[in-house]
Design a protein around this ligand. Structure first.
Ligand SMILES: [Zn+2]
Length: 407
């Protein structure tokens, strides 16, 4: 059920606000949204005007619209991307941030064919490699200096500042090979010139995680922070853990970026136990991580909840924290006059068995499940992604990246 074509007022009755910041009470309240998509009133027992639509939230939570800081939605322009609607409003996500699927050479197509027609807000980190993820992990976007065009990258950002909110570089051995740390240094230089944050994917060396952190500054993002790869795992090297902790205190943002190969329950659990929480929770959803092991934003949030991250922190890390990274306003999101953008969700008891990127199983005792997404005057029914039953093909997928050779 969707109400998107109906611009009559909308009353959300009996929803518990969470994630709106200090001063917003958490007891169940009503929210009235006008036909212009702006919040008209917030309070108890609001009277809906004649002809208003009504959603009875029955005590479900309402938060700012979820923001997925790391996904891949340049569908058709890269072999790895999914369509935005697979991971967007029907999954409770109102803003998708594409993490470097496009480089300067193909960003215009991404903008015209995907970003502009999408119902979700889509922002993008531009890949420092000109070709982006065209043939991801088969043709590296960072082979040598011919892969980067600094002038064109700067021009592409300048022409698309409304969408491009940062630079992305993938800093792991399978991509950079003998080129090592150099692409990270170039990407950081370009990001500095443009006054934008840099998002770095970390993984198997080269370069080593430690030398990546030394290049970054406040506002930059390290994605795949809780990966379990040897020599990239923050919990197997005390010096690296302490460096990561200092960097997080200094304003470098640790982002989950679950993905097919980059989230370990064990690493996340140990880090959270020692007080190192991720700044942002993101899925790294793409064609090779969707059905196994990521599924969607709500399940990824539930995984962080299951390793001991407090509920309010999970919601902040999925809403206002990533909004801050991409420059969206984070105040007064539940105040009259502000455009409505919410996710209505339940936290249900569960005995769901799920896996991390290392193939380890765990039970989710509590499951965060979106039920409605509110975008202005639109109300869209939302639900969890349910993967198709495991086929013979899927069970032959590479355990590290999910890649199915026969496809
Ligand atoms: Zn990614």
């Amino acid at each position: 059920m969707t109400f998107q074509d109906d611009s009559s007022p909308l009353l959300i009755a009996g929803a518990k606000p969470v994630g709106f910041g200090r001063g917003v009470p958490q007891e169940a309240t009503d929210i009235l949204i006008g036909g212009d998509g702006r919040i008209a009133a917030v309070g108890h027992s609001l009277q809906a005007p004649d002809g208003a639509r009504r959603i009875d939230a029955k005590g479900a939570y309402v938060s700012p619209g979820w923001v997925d800081l790391h996904a891949h939605v340049w569908h058709g322009g890269t072999d790895i991307s999914i369509k935005p609607q697979v991971c967007g409003i029907e999954r409770g996500v109102t803003t998708i941030v594409d993490a470097g699927s496009a480089g300067e050479a193909n960003f215009h197509g991404f903008r015209e064919y995907i970003i502009e027609p999408a119902r979700e807000r889509i922002k993008a980190f531009l890949n420092i490699g000109s070709i982006g993820l065209v043939a991801c992990n088969r043709v590296s976007e960072l082979i040598d200096m011919r892969s980067i065009d600094i002038d064109r990258t700067i021009a592409c950002v300048e022409a698309n500042r409304d969408i491009i909110i940062g630079i992305k570089v993938r800093a792991s051995g399978v991509i950079v090979g003998a080129w090592g740390i150099t692409p990270v240094k170039i990407a950081k230089k370009v990001a500095k010139i443009l006054k934008l944050p840099l998002m770095v994917h970390v993984g198997e060396p080269p370069p080593v995680f430690d030398e990546v952190l030394e290049i970054l500054g406040p506002g930059d993002v390290v994605t795949h922070c809780f990966n379990g790869k040897a020599a990239a795992n923050i919990m197997e090297d005390e010096d690296l853990f302490q460096l990561a902790q200092r960097c997080a205190n200094d304003g470098i943002r640790l982002d989950v970026g679950h993905g097919g190969a980059s989230f370990s329950f064990k690493v996340a659990e140990l880090a959270v136990q020692r007080g190192l929480l991720p700044f942002s929770i993101s899925t790294d959803l793409h064609a090779r991580s969707l059905d196994n092991p990521v599924w969607d934003m709500g399940t990824t949030m539930s995984k962080l909840l299951s390793v001991g991250m407090p509920f309010e922190a999970v919601i902040d890390a999925s809403t206002r924290a990533p909004m801050e990274v991409i420059g969206l306003p984070t105040e007064n999101l539940l105040s009259p006059g502000t455009r409505a953008e919410f996710t209505v969700f339940e936290v249900n008891d569960s005995d769901l068995s799920i896996v991390d990127s290392m193939g380890y199983n765990a039970h989710l005792p509590r499951l965060i499940e979106p039920i409605w997404t509110i975008l202005g005057h639109e109300a869209v029914k939302a639900s969890r992604y349910v993967p198709p039953r495991k086929s013979a093909l899927e069970s032959s997928a590479c355990p590290h990246c999910g890649w199915i050779n026969a496809r």
